[in-house]
Design a protein. Structure first.
Length: 142
């Protein structure tokens, strides 16, 4: 499963909340700790109410903390020139986990744009293909 920004957060949350259902997860510039950001707090309070404990079940950082590193391999690409990085994405928080299942790659001059995604989407597709390699190929697709 893969996504960008809010969709990257969604991909991580879906994969982390359903252990064993996905072989790999990836994200481009994901919202990484929404319970700690203005956008996330606004969305969570509207969708989940004011009980912040309920928010943690939909916060990828908190789900990773509680997973005990029992989750699929994760690939994340993040641009350091992303205007949303500091206030809304908090991608750097993922580094504090020291989780060997997470590959977080920083790109100095990239922002939050289509060009950023198009530059690395092939690597994400290859990442997922490698982790799906145990699935036998169907003769119909040869």
């Amino acid at each position: 499963m893969c996504g960008h920004s809010m969709g990257g957060h969604g991909a991580l949350v879906c994969g982390l909340r359903r252990p064993g259902q996905y072989q790999s997860l990836s994200a481009f510039a994901p919202v990484s700790a929404p319970s700690q950001t203005p956008w996330g707090q606004k969305a969570f309070s509207r969708y989940l109410g004011d009980d912040t404990r309920q928010w943690l079940a939909y916060d990828s950082l908190e789900l990773l903390k509680s997973s005990g590193q029992q989750h699929p391999p994760i690939l994340i690409d993040q641009g350091r020139a992303d205007p949303f990085l500091e206030a809304e994405l908090k991608t750097e928080y993922l580094e504090t986990l020291n989780d060997p299942q997470i590959t977080l790659r920083w790109h100095e001059t990239y922002d939050h744009s289509y060009f950023f995604i198009s530059s690395f989407i092939g690597e994400h597709l290859n990442f997922h293909a490698r982790h799906l390699g145990a699935v036998p190929r169907s003769p119909a697709h040869d």
